[in-house]
Design a protein around this ligand. Structure first.
Ligand code: LFR
Length: 494
């Protein structure tokens, strides 16, 4: 038949979602329905921040139940994606050991420097092609070796979060490729776990499973899950389980060469390339090369993203304020432009106790006017993000030797129209915003490629383009942004 229905789970930092996708091949159209949305709150226990992993398994099951309740009786497959780098460890008997750590936990503070001094920055980069971020799995594992060696001693299997949840649903253990590449333990050239590196760090190489290609079938709902939920068994596919891999699949680009910004809690800005870019310049600028689906490489950089605003909002809520994101953007809109800038990517913003105060502190010590009202703080964040996007976009062009007419933005961040407009102004280019459900759509279309309904990535992008609106922003605001850019660079020491 020419239509197909599949289920995607996308676990983001601000929520998890179960989304049913329907493909009508004849009409060349995809439609989606969100059937379950749930919070994905990390839990602080003592001094550590953990995933609430069993709760999430419960929510996945609720999502599967919803397909039944809403009359979707012919779900052909399901798949899970989530953020990268985090993992669980299984004992030899297959049980989960401890609670997976959340990457914003402070146990990796200072660990990166230790590992770099042991291995060498150039060597690590040449091997893995990965940007240095203090929370990469490599540093998390190294921290465990110091703080919780018994856990590592008992570990028989390393599974990234989507691998782990998939294992809970199917009983099968597989490591999915795109996520494996984010550990900084995977060799970007030989395309295998870098056993030499793993052993040099005193980590157990035996816990890593050889990765399966994205788009592989990796089991089906286990008999016990089917019995519990009273549903038929559904095949399970390992898509680009790294949410950014899936988000970039969903970029509705018509050209082969395009720049993208996956905009959510993080902002991931870069371009798709055929091969990893492992030059001295890329290392110096700390760009990353992450594995994409079907042999693609993502050259990009992490930018702190809407996390800055999400954290401010959380802080203000604790103080009893209730302004929504839309209201905060409105307050920001009426603030006088270009008064204060931060470098969004300063480590001090990774997980501070009080984000608004941290931003004020940054402005104070850099000798700028200090934002006082909530609107001023949000204005400062949005302008700084837009300026940083320009900075990284221009570096991306230098690394790829290409030039990009505009910037595709996908993900929840496009709901912030002020940010989209600022981005167009700051970069002096068109911004093409959409689709909003980037990761979930990328997840869905790779399932359809795996099932044989869509021929390849290019066709998938065309289908997405035909099915979901893309809003174009044109640069406005004139020379002000150019003059302010230099002030931004000074304030951010770039
Ligand atoms: C985005 C993302 C980024 C990764 C960060 C931490 O959600 O997956 O790609 O660097 O989260 O895992």
């Amino acid at each position: 038949s020419s239509s197909s229905t599949v289920l995607a789970f996308d676990l983001g930092a601000s929520s998890g979602r179960a989304i049913v996708g329907r493909l009508d091949s004849e009409a060349g159209r995809i439609t989606i329905e969100e059937i379950h949305r749930f919070s994905n709150d990390p839990v602080r226990v003592g001094n550590h921040l953990h995933w609430d992993i069993l709760r999430l398994l419960h929510e996945l099951k609720q999502g599967i139940l919803q397909t039944k309740h809403r009359g979707y009786t012919a779900i052909e497959s399901l798949a899970i994606d989530s953020w990268a780098v985090d993992f669980g460890l299984l004992a030899a008997n297959g049980e989960l050991l401890g609670n997976p750590y959340h990457y914003r936990d402070h146990h990796t503070d200072g660990v990166m420097a230790k590992v770099i001094s042991e291995v060498g920055r150039e060597k690590l980069y040449a091997a893995t092609g990965l940007q240095f971020l203090q929370f990469n799995s490599i540093f998390q594992l190294y921290a465990l070796k110091d703080n919780n060696p018994e856990l590592l001693d008992r570990a028989a299997t390393f599974l990234m979060i989507p691998d782990l949840l998939r294992y809970f649903l199917t009983g099968e253990k597989h490591s999915e490729y795109t996520n494996a590449t984010t550990t900084q333990l995977y060799n970007a050239t030989s395309l295998t776990w870098d056993t030499q590196l793993i052993e040099q760090l005193g980590l157990p190489a035996s816990i890593f499973l050889p990765p399966v290609a994205s788009g592989s079938r990796v089991g089906a709902l286990s008999p016990s899950v089917c019995e519990e939920l009273d549903v038929p068994s559904i095949p399970v596919i390992a898509v680009g389980e790294h949410d950014t891999a899936s988000a970039v699949v969903a970029v509705p680009a018509l050209d082969d060469d395009f720049a993208f910004l996956s905009c959510g809690t993080w902002s991931l800005l870069g371009s798709e390339t055929d091969n990893p870019v492992l030059t001295e310049q890329a290392l110096d600028w700390n760009f990353t090369n992450e594995g994409g689906v079907y042999g693609t490489n993502r050259l990009l950089k992490n930018i702190m993203g809407l996390w800055l605003i999400q954290e401010c909002k959380r802080t203000w809520e604790k103080e009893g304020k209730t302004a929504s994101f839309a209201e905060l953007a409105k307050q920001a809109e009426s603030v006088k432009p270009f008064q204060f800038f931060i470098d969004p990517d300063d480590d001090m913003f990774l997980n501070p106790a009080h984000m608004p105060k941290q931003i004020q502190h940054y402005c104070r010590v850099t000798g700028q006017v200090v934002p006082e009202t909530d609107g001023e703080i949000v204005r400062c964040i949005l302008e700084s993000l837009a300026m940083k996007y320009r900075f990284i976009l221009e570096r991306t062009e230098q690394l790829t030797g290409k030039s990009y007419r505009g910037l595709h933005i996908v993900g929840g961040g496009i709901q912030n129209e002020l940010l989209c407009q600022f981005t167009s102004n700051a970069t002096g280019r068109e911004v093409w915003a959409g689709p909003v459900e980037g990761s979930a759509l990328g997840n869905l279309v790779v399932q359809w490629i795996a099932l044989g309904y869509i021929a390849n990535l290019r066709e998938a992008r065309k289908l997405i383009r035909n099915s979901f609106p893309v809003k174009t922003y044109h640069p406005t605001g004139g020379a002000g942004w150019q003059a302010a850019y230099d002030r931004f660079c000074t304030a951010a020491s770039l």
